[in-house]
Design a protein around this ligand. Structure first.
Ligand SMILES: NC(=O)C1=CN([C@@H]2O[C@H](COP(=O)(O)OP(=O)(O)OC[C@H]3O[C@@H](n4cnc5c(N)ncnc54)[C@H](O)[C@@H]3O)[C@@H](O)[C@H]2O)C=CC1
Ligand SMILES: C[N+](C)(C)CC(=O)CC(=O)[O-]
Length: 490
């Protein structure tokens, strides 16, 4: 089922609601927001600015053109025409019931209603709704515009069709929906986080460790492990060659030892609050929330892009999801020439002249060629069969400057393809101004990597690349085609 939607409504535009707005807008969905707070527009604008800065850097392909953002005057005004309504008001059952009832009364009959609740039961939220069958808990993780998980939890009267439709909608937003089999308070993620949080509070309460020391224990060890393998797979490995069964037999008894105070939680009195807050202030070292958010976002993008580069470029974990999202976006891209790679010029690409340095252009063109090869079927399996393409010639022309933060996109035209040669013309353009920043004419040769010599491409691959070349045959030939270095223009 195709879950692409055109319009959504976000009721509540705080930390999480604004994150939903950002993910939806940058996924090309029009969003109406309703939030009575006078601060809502500012908060949404600041979170959206963070998302515009980071979300495009996750992928090597352009995100869809952004949707339209509008602030509505009421719930009814916001939900008109919405296919998805995402509720993100404060975690109070009475307030959520009241808001969900108002949404239910005004939303289109086929709209899905998702609640961002961190732990309230969907069956409790459904009380009082006229159409409770369309309510599903859709619990995200902060920042919503970068972390892909959304826990889907149905209530007693949520229909299977609602869950299926919700899966498709959130998947189309580039997310990883995980449907929890039975409702339980705090679902899965927050129950696990709550266990860790309670223990951490005791450690601070009993002055065993400070907030910084606890955070360092997490981020220099299992925090890194959990970013790519979770808990069980990590412990399977920890069991050595005998695997999980050995791990359980060896470490199972520890579960009976008094290692934990989990069944208890320290009194959150003023003394403990002050101690935690003071230590947290010291840990923040003067950085504002927005500065910490940008550091967090840069780190998350780097981790997820690193995961996307694993397994021969097929990706692992959250990185594999990024590759799947890129493939889905490429299928939607009917534009000619091919738009294969996009991104935002990061600070580390800027040289002493204050603009994007030259080798980064070759990096972008190289990524573009890789994306083209992936699209025509030169994937890990094809390469494992001992065949590939080598780039044998590149002529790059620098036509404009790219400054830090510039949003760029590539365009690729196939100039010629035969059984051994693939002649392409890439361009990098500024996606906001349309200015062409650079071009690269490349000749690729299909090779038998074992014999180290040119060889004919596999018939099905040749058919695909020939068809692509034919679809580009009517495009105007680039004026720079065939130029040599130093040739006068005109
Ligand atoms: N902060 C977090 O890390 C996460 C929070 N959540 C859940 O998301 C929901 C919202 O939490 P936050 O965004 O953190 O809270 P928040 O306090 O940052 O935002 C709540 C927003 O709701 C607005 N609001 C209050 N009454 C409203 C009404 N009647 N109609 C429309 N808007 C109204 C407020 O003005 C505020 O902007 C909660 O259910 C929370 O458990 C879920 C995942 C993570
Ligand atoms: C603290 N919290 C319960 C609101 C956290 C969540 O619900 C999920 C998250 O983003 O950690």
């Amino acid at each position: 089922m195709n879950g692409t939607i055109a319009k959504a409504a976000c009721i509540g535009g705080g930390v999480i609601g604004a994150g939903w707005v950002a993910r939806l807008i940058l996924s090309g969905v029009d969003v109406d927001v309703y939030d009575p707070s006078p601060e809502a527009e500012r908060v949404v604008a600041e979170v959206l600015a963070n998302a515009r800065r980071s979300m495009p850097r996750l992928l090597d392909i352009s995100l869809p053109l952004p949707g339209r953002l509008r602030f509505a005057s009421s719930v009814a005004d916001a939900v008109a025409g919405a296919e998805l309504v995402q509720e993100s008001v404060p975690e109070r059952l009475d307030l959520k019931r009241s808001v969900l009832t108002a949404i239910d009364a005004a939303a289109p009959a086929d709209a899905i209603i998702g609640s961002s609740t961190s732990g309230l039961l969907p069956s409790d939220l459904q009380q009082g709704m006229t159409h409770p069958e369309r309510l599903v808990v859709a619990h995200p993780y902060n920042p919503v515009y970068l972390l892909p998980l959304v826990e889907l939890v149905g209530g007693q009267v949520t229909t299977p069709e609602t869950l299926t439709r919700a899966q498709a909608i959130y998947t189309a937003l580039g997310m990883k929906p995980v449907t929890i089999r039975r409702e339980i308070e705090a679902f899965v993620g927050d129950r696990l986080l709550e266990a860790l949080w309670r223990e951490a509070l005791w450690l601070v309460h009993d002055d065993i460790a400070s907030v910084t020391e606890i955070d360092d224990v997490i981020r220099y060890s299992f925090g890194l492990r959990w970013a790519q393998m979770g808990l069980f797979q990590t412990y399977r490995i920890a069991g050595g060659e005998a695997g999980m069964r050995h791990f359980l037999s060896q470490f199972g008894p520890a579960l009976k030892w008094p290692w934990t105070k989990l069944m208890d939680v320290p009194e959150m009195d003023e003394a403990l609050i002050t101690r935690i807050a003071d230590q947290s202030d010291e840990q923040a070292a003067g950085l504002s929330i927005r500065e910490l958010e940008r550091i967090r976002d840069d780190n998350l993008v780097a981790i997820m892009r690193a995961l996307a580069a694993q397994q021969g470029g097929r990706g692992w974990g959250a990185g594999e999801l990024l590759r799947q999202q890129e493939a889905a976006l490429r299928k939607e891209s009917t534009a000619e020439p091919l738009q294969l790679v996009s991104g935002t010029v990061p600070a580390e690409w800027i040289d002493y002249n204050g603009h994007m340095t030259e080798h980064r252009y070759l990096e972008v063109f190289g990524n573009t060629t890789d994306a083209l090869l992936e699209q025509i079927g030169v994937d890990a399996d094809y390469i494992a069969s001992g065949r590939s393409y080598y780039t044998v010639e590149t002529h790059i022309m620098h036509l404009g400057e790219a400054r830090q933060g510039a949003h760029y996109g590539t365009m690729t035209q196939i100039l010629h393809a035969d059984d051994k040669r693939l002649h392409v013309f890439h361009q990098i353009r500024n996606r906001e101004t349309g200015a062409i920043l650079a071009s690269a004419e490349q000749m690729l040769l299909h090779v038998d990597a074992k014999a180290k010599k040119a060889s004919p491409a596999a018939p099905d691959l040749l058919a695909r690349v020939t068809a692509l070349a034919q679809s580009h045959a009517d495009m105007p030939r680039p004026s720079a085609m065939g130029r040599h270095v130093g040739q006068r223009s005109g």
